[in-house]
Design a protein around this ligand. Structure first.
Ligand SMILES: O=P(O)(O)OC[C@H]1O[C@H](O[C@H]2O[C@H](CO)[C@@H](O)[C@H](O)[C@H]2O)[C@H](O)[C@@H](O)[C@@H]1O
Ligand SMILES: O=c1ccn([C@@H]2O[C@H](COP(=O)(O)OP(=O)(O)O)[C@@H](O)[C@H]2O)c(=O)[nH]1
Length: 474
C-alpha cells in the first residue's frame, strides 16, 4: 500500500483544546488516524508580516500521522484564505454571486500560497506516494507539483458544490481553475448534480467531455470524475451519542428544558447555512402554531467563522439582532424561545444534544454535503428517534430521503414542516429514521475514503490520450 499524503488548507493538528468546527477536518480525521500517512497544510497560526518564507514544513508526529504544518503570514491569509478562497470561490460556488469580491491582488495571493505549498510539499513527497488534495483553496496545487516534475498519482476532492456554468463563468479565471483540476488523476465531487454541472461546463466551454462512465477528458488530459458523498463515522458517532446521555453539559441542557421539546440547529456562522431564514421560519411557526408556545425550545449552536471577511462580520450582527428580536417579541417570563450560542461545542456533548432533540433543523441555502445532518441521524434513539428537517439544497438531501425535505426560501413552508416534525407519530418517525440510518451506516466515512483511494491507486487503462499539462497561470 502506498503512503498517503493528504493536503488541505485546514489541518486539525494535535493541540490543547483544539476542537475544530468544520466538516472537512472532521471527515478526514477518522480516515487519517486509521490509515496513517502525512497530513500537510496551514498550521492555523499566523507568521509575522516580515517573516522569511519557510523552507520546510514543521512536523508533528502523532501515532500513525505526521502533520506537516505551514504558518502563513497575515498578508497570505488575507489574500489567499479570506480573499480569493472565501470572498470569491466560496460565495460563487454557493451560488451567491452577490457576495463575491474579485481582485487581482487576492488572486495573486491564491496562486502564491499554492506555490509555497508546492515548494514545501515536493520536498516531502516520495515517488510511490499518492497525494490527495482537498477543497477549493488548493485547486492549482497539482499543476504546480507536476510542473516541478512530480509524477505521482494525485487526486482532488471538492467538498463544496460545483456550480452551473452560468455561475462559474462569472469567475474571471474560470478556465485556469478548471485547467488546474485537469492536473489530477481523480476528481471527486459530493453529488451527481456537481458532476453534471462540471460536465455541462466542459461541453459549453469546449474544454473537455465525458469519454464513458467515470472517464473524462479535461483540457486534453484523461481523468476519472466521481460523485462520492462524504460520510461520518456512523457507528462510532451513534455510540458516542448513547454514552453522552451522561455528559454533564447534556444533562444540564435537558434539565433546563423542563419537559419542553428541543429543536436543534448546529452550523458554523455562515450565510450559506440559512440561519437567518431558519430563525424567521421558527418565528412564523410560533405565530401560526400558538399551541407550541412555551412547549418547545430552539437551540441554535453557531460558532463564529471567518470573521475577517466583511460579509461574515455583517451576518454575525444580523443574526444576533434577529434572534434577539424574535425572543423579545415571543418570550415569556419563564421561557426563551431561541437559545443562540456562539461558541463551539465539543463533539461528545453535541452528540448527546442531537439525541435529546425532537427535531434537527438543517436548512442551508446551499451546502456541499452537511455532516451535521448525518450526525443528527446517527445520534437518534432507534426506539424513539427525532425528525430531521433537511434543505433540498444540501448535498445530504441526495441520500437522506427519510428527512422532511424543505425549501429554506419558503419561510412559511419550513414553519409548517417544523410543526409536522414535532407532531409526527412514532411509527412514521421510526420508519424514516431506519431508512436514513441504514444509508449512512453503509456509506460512512471509511467507505468514502476507501472508494476514492481505490480509484486513485488503480490507474485506468483506457488508452485515452494524455498530453502534458500546461502550468496554470498565476
Ligand atoms: O476551514 P474553515 O474556513 O473554518 O471552514 C470549515 C470547512 O467548511 C467547509 O466544509 C465543507 O466540507 C464538509 C465535509 O465534506 C461538507 O459537509 C460541507 O458541506 C462543506 O461546506 C469547507 O469546504 C472546508 O474546506 C472547511 O474546512
Ligand atoms: O459547535 C460545533 C459546531 C460544529 N461542529 C462540527 O463541525 C462540523 C460541521 O460540518 P458540516 O459538514 O455540517 O459543515 P461545514 O462547517 O463543514 O460547512 C460537524 O462535524 C459538526 O459536528 C462541532 O464540532 N462543534
Amino acid at each position: 500500500m502506498s503512503r498517503l499524503v493528504v493536503v488541505s488548507n485546514r489541518v486539525p493538528a494535535p493541540k490543547p483544546g483544539g476542537a475544530s468546527a468544520g466538516g472537512l477536518a472532521v471527515a478526514l480525521s477518522g480516515a487519517m488516524e486509521a490509515r496513517g500517512g502525512v497530513w500537510f497544510g496551514w498550521s492555523g497560526d499566523t507568521a509575522p508580516h516580515d517573516a522569511p518564507e519557510p523552507e520546510e514544513a514543521r512536523l508533528i508526529v502523532k501515532d500513525k500521522v505526521t502533520y506537516a504544518l505551514v504558518d502563513l503570514t497575515e498578508r497570505d491569509l488575507e489574500d489567499y484564505y479570506s480573499g480569493f478562497s472565501n470572498r470569491m470561490l466560496w460565495p460563487l460556488f454557493h451560488y451567491r454571486m452577490d457576495l463575491t469580491g474579485f481582485t487581482r491582488v487576492t488572486l495573486g495571493g491564491y496562486y502564491r500560497v499554492n506555490k509555497l505549498f508546492s515548494k514545501l510539499l515536493r520536498k516531502m513527497v516520495e515517488p510511490d506516494d499518492i497525494v490527495w488534495v482537498h477543497d477549493y483553496h488548493l485547486v492549482p496545487l497539482a499543476a504546480d507539483l507536476r510542473a516541478a516534475g512530480l509524477k505521482n498519482r494525485m487526486g482532488f476532492y471538492l467538498h463544496i458544490p460545483f456550480p452551473p456554468p452560468d455561475i462559474l463563468t462569472v469567475l474571471p479565471n474560470h478556465a485556469d481553475i478548471v485547467r488546474g483540476l485537469a492536473a489530477y488523476d481523480v476528481i471527486g465531487f459530493q453529488t451527481p448534480y456537481d458532476v453534471e454541472n462540471f460536465e455541462t461546463y466542459l461541453r459549453r466551454e469546449k474544454l473537455g467531455r465525458r469519454l464513458s462512465g467515470h472517464r473524462f477528458v479535461v483540457h486534453g488530459r484523461a481523468v476519472t470524475v466521481m460523485a462520492l458523498p462524504v460520510g461520518i463515522e456512523t457507528e462510532a458517532f451513534a455510540k458516542t451519542a448513547q454514552a453522552s446521555e451522561k455528559n454533564a453539559l447534556v444533562r444540564r441542557a435537558e434539565e433546563s428544558l423542563v419537559g419542553r421539546s428541543l429543536i436543534i440547529g448546529v452550523d458554523r456562522l455562515d450565510y450559506s447555512k440559512g440561519i437567518a431564514e431558519r430563525i424567521q421560519a421558527f418565528e412564523s411557526f410560533l405565530t401560526l402554531d400558538t399551541e407550541w408556545r412555551n412547549r418547545c425550545t430552539y437551540l441554535q449552536i453557531t460558532p463564529k467563522s471567518r470573521s475577517d471577511v466583511a460579509e461574515y462580520a455583517q451576518m454575525e450582527r444580523e443574526v444576533a439582532e434577529l434572534a434577539g428580536r424574535v425572543n423579545g417579541a415571543h418570550a415569556d417570563l419563564d421561557w426563551t424561545p431561541i437559545r443562540y450560542v456562539n461558541r463551539a461545542i465539543g463533539r461528545n456533548a453535541l452528540a448527546g444534544l442531537y439525541r435529546l432533540a425532537r427535531v434537527g433543523l438543517v436548512t442551508p441555502l446551499r451546502d456541499g454535503m452537511n455532516l451535521v445532518a448525518k450526525e443528527f441521524v446517527a445520534s437518534q434513539k432507534p426506539k424513539d428517534p427525532g425528525v430531521l428537517l433537511l434543505s433540498r439544497f444540501a448535498g445530504a438531501a441526495h441520500e437522506l430521503d427519510g428527512a422532511l425535505i424543505t425549501n429554506p426560501y419558503d419561510i412559511d413552508g419550513t414553519a409548517g414542516a417544523i410543526a409536522r416534525a414535532l407532531e409526527m407519530p412514532l411509527d412514521e418517525r421510526a420508519d424514516r429514521w431506519t431508512r436514513m440510518y441504514e444509508r449512512i451506516r453503509n456509506h460512512d466515512v471509511a467507505w468514502w475514503c476507501d472508494s476514492f483511494l481505490k480509484a486513485l491507486e488503480q490507474p485506468a487503462n483506457d488508452g485515452a490520450e494524455v498530453r502534458p499539462i500546461k502550468k496554470a497561470a498565476g
